[in-house]
Design a protein around this ligand. Structure first.
Ligand code: AMP
Length: 116
């Protein structure tokens, strides 16, 4: 990148530098299947903008973050899902491993609550 910082893993996927099973893309977001699926449908919805985590979302990002939920709904509909879970892990202690904001879309099986 121009400032010399590394692209995140998910930026590389969004830019086509790394392969992924893309199910949706537009100018603001991409969605692709998780490499280690935890449900029959497990898709990650990712903004092209590399926001590192949920607590780094700024006011200027609010429309973008809302768009992620619209994309998740479109993907869920395309997958034939009416019942599904949307998850954002914020921080290592909550299970976040990739520090580029993403919404997990999980569905296609019964889901227990509370999650682990
Ligand atoms: P989180 O733990 O919430 O940060 O979620 C990161 C997710 O990214 C995990 O569910 C991983 O399985 C998934 N993941 C890691 N690398 C890839 C990749 N190259 N392609 C697709 N999904 C990935």
């Amino acid at each position: 990148m121009a400032d010399g910082s590394e692209k995140t893993l998910f930026q590389k996927i969004a830019d086509g530098d790394l392969p992924a099973d893309l199910v949706y893309e537009d100018d603001r977001a991409v969605a692709f299947r998780d490499i280690a699926p935890q449900a029959p449908t497990h898709v990650l919805v990712v903004p092209r903008k590399p926001i590192p985590r949920a607590d780094a979302i700024e006011e200027a990002d609010e429309a973008l973050v809302g768009h992620l939920f619209t994309v998740a709904r479109r993907v869920a509909e395309a997958e034939g899902l009416t019942d599904y879970r949307l998850v954002v892990n914020n921080g290592e202690g909550a299970g976040q491993t990739v520090f580029h904001l993403h919404v997990h879309l999980l569905g296609g099986r019964g889901l227990q609550w509370p999650p682990g």
